[in-house]
Design a protein around this ligand. Structure first.
Ligand SMILES: [Zn+2]
Length: 176
């Protein structure tokens, strides 16, 4: 059986000196590398609480879990809610490498996440400005603040490379 392609991108080493948007997105980026290493679509996410602590960190696992809902954001949201002990994540910020899809954007609204940061937009399935804007539903009583473009080139390049290599080699995805 053919082996999955090794991830050619090195992990980043986020500096602890300044815990800014870049710092958290670098953690999400590293999660996306973990996904690649397991032959999953390389998307990573972290959730940060009001104090700035990372309380959840996850990557896409749809293949491993055989579960279409096992997106990085969904796994991170569940993890964060468990950690906090409440389904309401009002004070939390989500950092994710790709613009959330309708399912994940929906979960950020239902979970009342305060702010969402994503690296690159998804014009096909993005639901926070790319293809549609679920966070701006007129009658919704929770509208997360959305920021985009943090570490955009790095995250986009990694994801594009993954699909490009897949197409060229036909090696990945692994057969179930
Ligand atoms: Zn999603």
């Amino acid at each position: 059986m053919k082996q999955p392609i090794e991830c050619p991108f090195p992990r980043l080493f986020p500096s602890q000196l300044e815990k800014n948007e870049n710092f958290y997105m670098q953690h999400a980026y590293n999660e996306s590398i973990s996904a690649w290493e397991k032959d999953e679509v390389p998307i990573g996410a972290v959730i940060v609480d009001a104090t700035g602590e990372i309380i959840a960190s996850a990557h896409n696992q749809t293949r491993k879990c055989k579960d279409p809902t096992a997106h990085a954001e969904m796994l991170a949201i569940t993890m964060a809610a468990k950690r906090i002990g409440d389904w309401r994540l009002n004070e939390c910020k989500l950092f994710v490498t790709k613009e959330p899809c309708p399912m994940c954007a929906g979960a950020t609204i239902i979970g009342r996440i305060k702010e969402v940061y994503f690296a690159f937009e998804d014009p096909k399935m993005g639901a926070m400005g790319g293809a549609t804007s679920l966070h701006e539903l007129q009658k919704s009583n929770h509208k997360p603040l959305v920021h985009s473009g943090i570490l955009r080139d790095e995250c986009l390049q990694l994801t594009q490379a993954f699909f490009q290599i897949r197409r060229q080699t036909g090696i990945s995805p692994k057969k179930e």
